[in-house]
Design a protein around this ligand. Structure first.
Ligand code: ATR
Length: 271
C-alpha cells in the first residue's frame, strides 16, 4: 500500500486527508493519506526518515513550506521561484520538492480568464505579499497578465516581491486607486477569513468585466466576493485552488491523474 500525507503544525484543520481520501476511494486505489502534526524543530528529522517510514511523498503546509524548500534533496525551478515547497516525492532515495500552489491557482482561474477578450486580460492587482502571493504572481504571469500590481500592509514585502518578479508595488492605502482598469483582483491576505476582520475595499472602480478571486475559502463566499457578486462581477472562490493544487501530488504518488469535479466540491463542503 502506498502511503502519503500532509505535514503541518497544527494540521488537524487540514482538508487534504478528506480530499485525497475521496480520490483514493473513487479510483479504488490501495493507498493511505493522513495528517501528521510535526513541530518545526522535528521537521529535519521527518525529512531524513521519510523513505524509511514508507512514504511515497508528502504535502507540507503552514508553517513548513519555506523550510521544506531548504530540506529537500532536489527542488524544481517552480519551487525556487516561489520560495516554498508544498509537495514532495520520494524518488530513488531522494526527496524531490515542487510547488503546486501555482498550478492550483492557474487551473482554478484559467476557464474564467480564457473567456476575457485579449484587451481585458492585461492588468491584475494582488492584495498581500506573503507566501500565497508569491505563488499567485507566478501563476498570473503564466495566465498572461503583463501588468501586475502588488500592494501589502507591510510595504517592504510588496517591494521585495515586485523586485523579484518585475511587478509594480503600491502603498496599501492606495489599493483602491489600483483597481481602476484592473481586469483581475486577487486577495491573498488573511482578511475575510473566518475570525479575521473583513477586507476594507470599495470595488466601485473595477470595470464590469473584472474577475474577483479570493484564496480564502472559509467562508467560501468572503465579504470581498459577496461585494463583487453584488456588483455583478465574475467571482471565483478559493476552494478550487485547494482542490487543483492537490492533483499533481496525487498523480505522482498514486499513479492516477485525479479529476476536480462538482461531486468532489460538494464532498469537501459537506460536514
Ligand atoms: P500566506 O502564506 O497565506 O500568504 P503570510 O505569509 O502570513 O500567509 O501572509 C499573510 C498576508 O496577509 C500578508 O500579506 C499580510 O500582510 P503583512 O505582510 O503586512 O503582514 C496580510 N495580512 C494579515 N493580516 C492583515 C491585516 N490585518 N491587514 C492587512 N493585511 C494583513
Amino acid at each position: 500500500m502506498k502511503k502519503a500525507g500532509v505535514v503541518g503544525h497544527p494540521v488537524a484543520h487540514s482538508l487534504s486527508p478528506k480530499l485525497h481520501g475521496y480520490w483514493l476511494k473513487h479510483y479504488g486505489i490501495d493507498g493511505e493519506y493522513k495528517a501528521y502534526d510535526i513541530a518545526p524543530e522535528n521537521l529535519a528529522q521527518f525529512f531524513e526518515t521519510m523513505e524509511a517510514q514508507g512514504f511515497v511523498g508528502c504535502n507540507f503546509t503552514i508553517p513548513h513550506k519555506e523550510r521544506a524548500l531548504e530540506l529537500v534533496d532536489i527542488a524544481d525551478d517552480l519551487a525556487v521561484a516561489v520560495g516554498a515547497v508544498n509537495t514532495v516525492m520520494v524518488k530513488d532515495g531522494k526527496t524531490v520538492g515542487t510547488n503546486t500552489d501555482v498550478a492550483g491557482f492557474y487551473e482554478n482561474l484559467k476557464p474564467y480568464v480564457s473567456r476575457l477578450a485579449a484587451k481585458d486580460k492585461q492588468k491584475a492587482v494582488v492584495l498581500g505579499a506573503g507566501g500565497a502571493a508569491r505563488a499567485v504572481v507566478v501563476a498570473l504571469r503564466q495566465l498572461g497578465f503583463g501588468s501586475i500590481i502588488v500592494t501589502n500592509r507591510s510595504a517592504d514585502k510588496a517591494e521585495a516581491l515586485a523586485r523579484q518578479h518585475g511587478l509594480i508595488s503600491l502603498p496599501w492605502n492606495e489599493r483602491e486607486a489600483a483597481l481602476l482598469d484592473a481586469d483581475l483582483l486577487v486577495n491573498t491576505t488573511s482578511l475575510g477569513l473566518a475570525g479575521q476582520p473583513p477586507l476594507e475595499l470599495s470595488l466601485a472602480t473595477l470595470p464590469a468585466h473584472a474577475i474577483v478571486t479570493d484564496i480564502v475559502y472559509k467562508p467560501l463566499m468572503t465579504p470581498l466576493l459577496e461585494a463583487a457578486k453584488a456588483r455583478g462581477l465574475t467571482v471565483v472562490d478559493g476552494l478550487g485552488m485547494l482542490l487543483y493544487q492537490a492533483a499533481p501530488g496525487f498523480a505522482a504518488w498514486f499513479g492516477r491523474d485525479p479529476e476536480v469535479t462538482e461531486e468532489l466540491r460538494a464532498h469537501i463542503l459537506g460536514a
